[in-house]
Design a protein around this ligand. Structure first.
Ligand SMILES: Cc1ncc(COP(=O)(O)O)c(C=O)c1O
Length: 355
């Protein structure tokens, strides 16, 4: 089965006969701030580079990422979004047994299934606020070769405490298990990232996405961090020119703009808190705390997100129906944090529906 993600606005636009530009998209978790003015200008100036192959070594981009996140260049792999790295690490390691903590981003399961891996799922419970405890994986970790963790987690928004993560890494090392940590949504708690540790720990690969936080999903950009030895292997495995010219230019430009990055973080945290507190005022939903730029909630009275989707689409609002996340059901909905006017629009529409 092809995984369905948020953000498939092309399908929604066609199905409901709404222009793409009119859709208010809460289904994909993309930085809603306007780009700094200079981005359009430099992309226009470099338009003719469309006739040249991209720099296969992404030199300017590697410098920018290495500077910003303090990562040794030998430990860094730039990529066509985080997704490319999920597939590369699976194809490279080819584990026969792996574990995924669910609910989670569906591409881990897809990539592992492609290599006929036997997958064990560790299910987190909504009654426990989707918090992972060490005992959830203590015995299972002995029986797998690879463990996939998303921190903070999509779609729950929950994070794993630093202490628990360190204990998991300790156990993994003891039992010779390789750990892949997807930090696609760590930007709002950057201080908890394991990128520094991944440079020296041989059994750890940290995956980062730049498409979401920099707001460029159409360009595709991500990076991975691993020991120099593993990084070299992954790079060798990766198709040449994975990262296109404009992704390289935009990524370098935006990462160097610390004012844009800091402002994005500040506004996203403020708006997440606003959206969360407004959602909590609606009695018929349960709202889960989030460390990310999206919020998960559960419909308590009637459990059919499809009905809710149909009602919201009348206001041209699209949310993420979470029924196809393994470990969730049709009572769960995920919404992205957007700018104040759009967040208010969503709240107004939900209050109209739920009364
Ligand atoms: C947890 C997680 N990891 C990775 C990705 C993919 O990121 P990218 O667009 O950089 O490939 C997503 C996309 O939704 C995601 O939710």
């Amino acid at each position: 089965m092809k995984p369905q993600h948020g953000g498939n606005l092309y399908r929604i636009s066609k199905k409901h006969n709404i222009a793409l530009s009119e859709i208010v998209d809460f289904s994909a978790n993309i930085n809603p701030l306007c780009f700094p003015g200079g981005l359009k200008r430099i992309l226009k100036e470099d338009f003719n580079k469309i006739r040249m192959y991209p720099d296969p070594d992404c030199r300017q981009l590697v410098d920018a990422i290495s500077d910003k996140y303090k990562i040794k260049k030998t430990c860094l792999i730039t990529s066509n979004g985080a997704t490319e790295l999920i597939y590369l690490i699976c194809y490279l390691l080819r584990p026969q047994k792996a574990a995924i903590i669910i609910p989670a981003f569906s591409e881990y399961e897809k990539a592992l299934s492609n290599i006929d891996c036997n997958i064990k799922f560790v299910k987190l419970e909504d009654k426990e606020e989707f918090k992972l405890k060490l005992q959830d994986i203590r015995s299972l970790i002995k029986s797998v070769e690879v463990l996939f963790i998303c921190n903070p987690n999509n779609p729950t928004g929950q994070k794993i405490s630093h202490n628990t993560l360190c204990n998991i890494l300790y156990l993994a090392k003891r039992h010779n298990v390789f750990v892949v940590i997807d930090e696609a949504f760590i930007d709002l708690i950057e201080e908890e990232s394991l990128v520094a540790r991944a440079q020296t720990q041989q059994n750890l690969f940290v995956i980062r996405s730049l498409t979401k936080f920099l707001g460029i999903p159409g360009l595709r950009l991500g990076f991975g961090v691993a020991s120099a030895r593993l990084s070299a292997k992954i790079k060798n495995f990766q198709p040449t020119w994975s990262v296109n010219t404009f992704a390289q230019i935009a990524g370098s430009y935006l990462l160097a703009d610390s004012a844009y990055i800091e402002k994005s973080k500040r506004i996203l945290i403020k708006e997440r808190n606003f959206l969360s507190s407004e959602l909590k005022k609606i009695k018929s939903v349960k709202v889960f705390d989030s460390y990310t730029n999206f919020i998960l909630f559960k419909l308590l009275d009637h459990n059919n997100t499809t009905d809710l989707e149909e009602l919201l689409i009348m206001d041209k609002i699209v949310v993420r129906n979470c029924s196809n996340f393994r470990g969730l059901d049709s009572s769960f909905v995920r919404v992205a944090v957007k700018k104040r006017a759009e967040n208010k629009l969503l709240i107004k529409a939900l209050k109209n529906i739920f009364g």
